[in-house]
Write a protein that binds this ligand. Structure first.
Ligand SMILES: [Zn+2]
Length: 351
């Protein structure tokens, strides 16, 4: 196990989101929205002097160098190491942003998400594996139910609802999808347990949590038709976050994709935050090794503010190839940005 089960604790409100960082780490509005995972309750616990500690600065510089110009949105993760009291968007305002049009990023992978939180539909010969179910029934009906038919698909074809982690922006619309497809909901045992005992976040804008159906563990394969999705444990963002590895196809070409299941360091008011950030770092390092070994060239997120899915979808068909295929080196750099941002945050919390 890469993580230990979290003790029960009182749920927190999730209507606040992470503050923006100062100076060079300012991520801009897109980055702020990316980090504004409803489950992201950024800090205020670190003084500016502490935030300037040399080891923090060194890790942030390493994250910045790895990001370069092309991976800038991921740098927003550095916010957790350098919190400020900047205004925070409300969950309602995040949900209310106009959604990008549904589109196929690849022949077998459709984006049916919102501007803020994503849902991905992996189409197979035997139906659809849906990854995440958005905030609530209304959003699922509009974006998943409304989006799939525009791409020649239908919600009734969904056979599995895989939830990357037990936060409401990712499971909230499960009941609407299940009601029209009968598909079971799959999540890690740790996040099922978290939802059953003490959900670490809740918000009335989210659908109620699902009840335990399929339990996914590290190394499991979710098989449907010709597709096989490998489950990778990447805990930290939630106690039992999972990331997913699968093949995407375009014409005659196949690419290996990694969908990062939970990104922000949203646990910095929790007594176990050092264990969480350590587990996050360990999981990220292992994911880097797996991604190198499997030649992962596509890095996806469940928040478009990180992978810029909406912007890439708009660029599909333009010269230069599929913008989602960033190459193995860029995928490795993305994971380095995540790792170094986590190390900076760990160093800030230690100081
Ligand atoms: Zn989350």
């Amino acid at each position: 196990m890469l993580f230990r089960r979290m003790p029960a604790r009182a749920p927190l409100r999730a209507d606040a989101v992470s503050p923006s960082p100062p100076g060079a780490m300012q991520p801009g509005r897109r980055g702020l929205l990316a980090l504004a995972c409803a489950c992201c309750l950024g800090g205020g616990a670190i003084s500016p002097a502490q935030a300037q500690a040399p080891d923090v600065a060194a890790h942030l510089a390493a994250a910045r160098a790895a990001a370069g110009e092309d991976l800038k949105p991921w740098r927003a993760l550095g916010q957790a190491a350098t919190p400020t009291n900047a205004p925070r968007p409300s969950l309602q305002s995040l949900i209310d942003q106009p959604a990008p049009p549904p589109a196929r990023a690849f022949d077998n992978l459709a984006f049916v998400g919102g501007k803020w939180v994503s849902a991905w539909a992996l189409a197979t010969s035997d139906g659809i594996i849906l990854v995440d179910a958005l905030n609530n029934d209304a959003e699922a009906a509009a974006l998943i139910g409304g989006g799939l038919p525009k791409l020649g698909l239908d919600v009734a074809q969904v056979r599995r609802i895989v939830v990357t982690h037990g936060h409401g922006d990712h499971y909230g619309g499960w009941a609407w999808v299940k009601g029209r497809s009968g598909a079971p909901v799959a999540m890690s045992a740790t996040d099922w347990a978290m939802l059953e005992t003490a959900p670490e976040f809740d918000n009335p804008l989210w659908g109620r949590p699902p009840v335990r159906e399929v339990v996914l563990a590290d190394g499991d394969l979710v098989r449907l038709g010709e597709a096989s999705v490998t489950v990778l444990s990447t805990p930290g963002h939630s106690p039992g976050t999972i990331s997913l590895l699968f093949d995407v196809r375009e014409g005659g070409r196949t690419h290996r994709a990694l969908l990062w299941g939970g990104t922000s360091f949203n646990f910095n008011r929790r007594p176990d935050r050092m264990a969480r950030i350590a587990a996050y770092i360990e999981g990220t390092r292992r994911a880097k090794q797996v991604a190198a070994r499997e030649n992962v060239t596509v890095m996806l997120s469940n928040h478009a503010g990180f992978d810029e899915a909406d912007l890439k979808l708009a660029r599909l068909g333009a010269a230069g190839g599929n913008p989602f295929v960033i190459g193995q080196a860029a995928v490795q750099r993305t994971l380095t940005v995540i790792e170094e941002s986590a190390l900076a945050t760990q160093a800030a919390w230690r100081s």
